[in-house]
Ligand binder design. Structure first.
Ligand code: PDD
Length: 297
């Protein structure tokens, strides 16, 4: 089966899908994006993702390419045509095509590209946890906007890959952890506080982060949004990261130092199970769970 992509009003073969050379996403990274998980034919937390897309567009004064009902339809159609039952749908909106000039073009014709693909759960990593390395956060001051300008993230992720690590945790010159290259960072302190950085301009306010926060509060855990340092992370009882594609992923090593006893901690594992149920993911080796808060695909 050949993959299908949506590009500006047309479904086309993925291998032929292309945007213009003067698309501002290509020229200036003048574009924003979202990634939504599909789990057992359901979109996970679709509306919060579409809300965040609208927010990113608004912060950059970019016009939405289509209304929300049309966008929902295009996402579903892309998922259907690619026969994705478990995977992701990716959407990118750029400020459109215009002769290269840094200032905004006169027109408001933004471009929309949508792709979808199947993904497999990373079961061994999810069960055993992953290692992360740390590096300086060299990004701009509006990391709350989900733009495709991801070069610092790309460089840090490559560094992690070359070190055999799953992710890189980004650290300010003051020694505080902001987030990961494509996920949010969390620690659990010895006093069982679940800590993650507040959603300021320094991080992307992850949809998974918000859901996990709500789940942790519902379960009666002490959740604290505050800045935490790399030293605290090294001394933490548990650590994990959250994202659309990684769900709740235990972090068992930070820079070659084990976190706690070097195995996924009990609180992390509990949150992972709760989040998987929320996402409608079948437990490892078990049967499908109903899931909540998800729209039909
Ligand atoms: N990444 N922080 C950054 C910098 C991210 O790029 C992401 C998501 C997150 C987690 O956000 P969410 O829980 O909404 O997925 C945090 C996506 C998945 C990506 O770039 O592929």
């Amino acid at each position: 089966m050949s993959r299908i992509a949506y590009v500006n009003g047309r479904f086309t073969r993925h291998r032929d899908a292309a945007v213009h050379v003067e698309d501002r996403g290509y020229q200036f990274a003048d574009a924003v994006y979202e990634v939504i998980a599909i789990q057992n034919d359901r979109f996970v937390d679709e509306e919060p993702h579409l809300d965040r897309l609208e927010r990113s567009l608004g912060e950059l004064r970019m016009a939405p390419p289509v209304g929300r009902p049309a966008l929902r339809y295009i996402l579903r159609e892309t998922v259907r045509r690619n026969r994705v039952h478990n995977g992701i749908v990716y959407m990118q909106v750029s400020r459109g095509v215009a002769r290269r000039d840094h200032a905004f073009p006169a027109h408001r014709d933004s471009s929309l590209v949508v792709t979808a693909r199947s993904t497999m759960p990373k079961s061994s990593a999810r069960a055993g946890g992953v290692s992360v390395v740390t590096t300086e956060d060299i990004r701009w001051k509006r990391c709350d906007i989900k733009t495709v300008g991801l070069l610092p993230n790309v460089l840090a992720k490559q560094m992690a890959a070359e070190a055999g690590a799953y992710e890189a945790w980004l650290v300010t010159p003051d020694g505080d952890v902001t987030e990961c290259t494509s996920a949010n960072a969390w620690i659990v302190t010895a006093g069982r506080e679940v800590v993650t950085r507040p959603p300021t301009h320094a991080i992307l306010n992850g949809i998974t982060r918000r859901t996990v926060r709500a789940i942790a509060e519902r379960e009666g855990y002490a959740v604290v949004e505050r800045v935490f340092s790399l030293d605290e992370a090294h001394a933490a009882a548990e650590a994990f990261l959250t994202s659309t594609t990684s769900h709740v992923m235990p972090v068992v090593r930070i820079d070659d130092r084990p976190v706690g006893d070097g195995r996924p901690g009990p609180l992390t594992s509990a949150l992972q199970a709760h989040y998987d149920a929320h996402a409608g993911m079948a437990p490892e080796g078990g049967t499908e769970t109903a899931g909540t808060g998800s729209a039909e695909a």
